[in-house]
Design a protein. Structure first.
Length: 228
């Protein structure tokens, strides 16, 4: 039995409440784990511009704060298979208040099959639910952004890239619905980079901190609602 299944039934730890200078309970603090690839680790942008970091800053203005820096398990170039391998070393006894998952662009870029993606994404989402203490309502899936609008992407078949990303997104959206996880479409926002170069990072392939800010503004209210 894998560590992910072993977590099912484990009671999550309650959110801690910070104390203000007068010893009064302050805003509750939540733990946040972000899983993914180059978009989550923020390739070509400063760490403060990563979307999980920007979510934390936005949440500080709301009813619940993220405790410390969001924990990130992600790397440039990772496919669903790479992320699964990385999670094998994850401490199975730890759970989080919020878990986000954005993965799949490298499956598409490497020409890996949709059948493989569907199978591995479902395993990943089940593990996310376990990491969220068995609470699917504390897991949020982000759609795969469309890099065909970047200078790098425009060197290829943009129509094919966009169509394939849409196809992969139909898979992750379907799996999210099946497991009752939250789902956020960032693909539509990413496509605005076709007419706004400031949404693209300096490497001409990944997205800028300005684009990640748009994603963070979509995520923050969802996380706030999840934590009520």
């Amino acid at each position: 039995m894998g560590w992910g299944m072993a977590l099912m039934g484990r009671k999550p730890l309650p959110n801690r409440r910070a104390q203000d200078g007068r010893g009064l309970a302050a805003k509750p603090e939540a733990t946040y784990l972000a899983l993914g690839d180059s978009y989550t680790i923020g390739e070509a942008v400063d760490p403060a511009e990563r979307y999980p970091a920007q979510v934390r800053r936005l949440m500080a203005e709301k009813e619940c704060r993220i405790r410390g820096d969001p924990e990130i398990v992600a790397a440039t170039g990772w496919t669903t298979g790479n992320l699964l391998e990385a999670l094998r070393s994850k401490d199975p006894s730890r759970t989080y208040d919020v878990v986000s998952l954005l993965i799949g662009v490298n499956n598409q870029f490497q020409g890996r099959s949709q059948a493989e993606y569907a199978e591995q994404f479902e395993i990943l989402l089940r593990q996310c639910i376990c990491l969220a203490g068995g609470r699917p309502g504390r897991v949020v899936v982000l759609s795969i952004p469309d890099y065909s609008v970047t200078p790098f992407g425009r060197e290829g078949d943009t129509a094919l890239i966009a169509a394939q990303i849409d196809s992969f997104n139909r898979i992750n959206a379907s799996v999210a619905r099946k497991y009752l996880a939250k789902y956020i479409d960032v693909t539509t926002e990413s496509r605005k980079a076709a007419t706004d170069p400031t949404l693209v990072a300096g490497d001409g392939l990944h997205f800028s901190g300005k684009e990640y800010a748009l994603w963070a503004r979509l995520l923050a209210p969802v996380i706030k609602e999840m934590l009520k």
